[in-house]
Write a protein that binds this ligand. Structure first.
Ligand code: SF4
Ligand code: SF4
Length: 205
């Protein structure tokens, strides 16, 4: 099982720039999703003129399925500066890879609960760390894309873009750097170290 919770709404709103399209995933049956709070947020952002469209659906981690469902929203998505995704970390990563030139932000944190974890696509993985960083990393998870799960940047060991731990994989932090560069958001890397609340991380309990 896993559980998603909305991020602090004040913080979320402060990150939204320009027009926003909201994508809500009801998730799979292994997931608890904060449906009521998410719908209230959509209503609020629409009334404030920030949201220009939204879609509530399920299994947004299935890219082919999501593409079909988003067809009728193509114009709104094109016009949006930001796509705010309310889902588990896998869903946010899926949307970020589908729209590489858009600012894609997570609206939720994902926590692990004991039990079956569901079936996720191989391309993306979420460790359900309870403090989602995808808003700072261009939609690439630093916990799963980096062999050391570093959250504050590269270890310095990469060679020719490959990870020093596993030379068969691309260095996750080089991918994050390139993605932020593409989005014109390298300023994010100049932010002070993002303090991590390890109490939310199942792995250290
Ligand atoms: S930072 Fe990675 S592990 Fe943590 S919730 Fe986001 S996608 Fe999942
Ligand atoms: S080389 Fe890159 S992916 Fe590998 S551990 Fe260092 S920062 Fe992480």
């Amino acid at each position: 099982m896993l559980i998603t919770e909305l991020k602090n709404q004040e913080l979320l709103k402060s990150q939204l720039k320009g027009k926003t399209f909201l994508l809500l995933c009801h998730g799979c049956k292994e997931l608890r999703f904060p449906e009521k709070e998410a719908e209230e947020l959509v209503k609020e952002l629409t009334e404030e003129g920030i949201a220009i469209g939204s879609l509530t659906t399920d299994y947004i981690c299935n890219e082919e399925n999501l593409k079909l469902r988003l067809n009728r929203f193509a114009e709104q998505i094109e016009a949006a500066d930001t796509i705010l995704v309310l889902s588990c970390g896998v869903g946010v990563q899926t949307v970020a890879s589908m729209y590489p030139n858009k600012r894609v932000l997570p609206g939720c944190d994902t926590y692990r609960l004991p039990g079956f974890q569901g079936v996720t696509p191989l391309e993306h993985d979420c460790q359900q760390c309870g403090q989602c960083y995808l808003n700072l990393t261009g939609g690439i998870c630093p916990l799963t894309a980096c062999s050391k799960s570093l959250i504050n940047g590269q270890c310095g060991g990469a060679r020719d873009g490959k990870c020093e731990v596993d030379p068969n994989m691309e260095c996750g932090w080089e991918r994050i750097y390139r993605k932020l560069e593409q989005l014109g958001r390298l300023d994010v890397l100049k932010c002070p170290v993002q303090l991590r609340n390890y109490a939310t991380d199942e792995a250290v309990k």
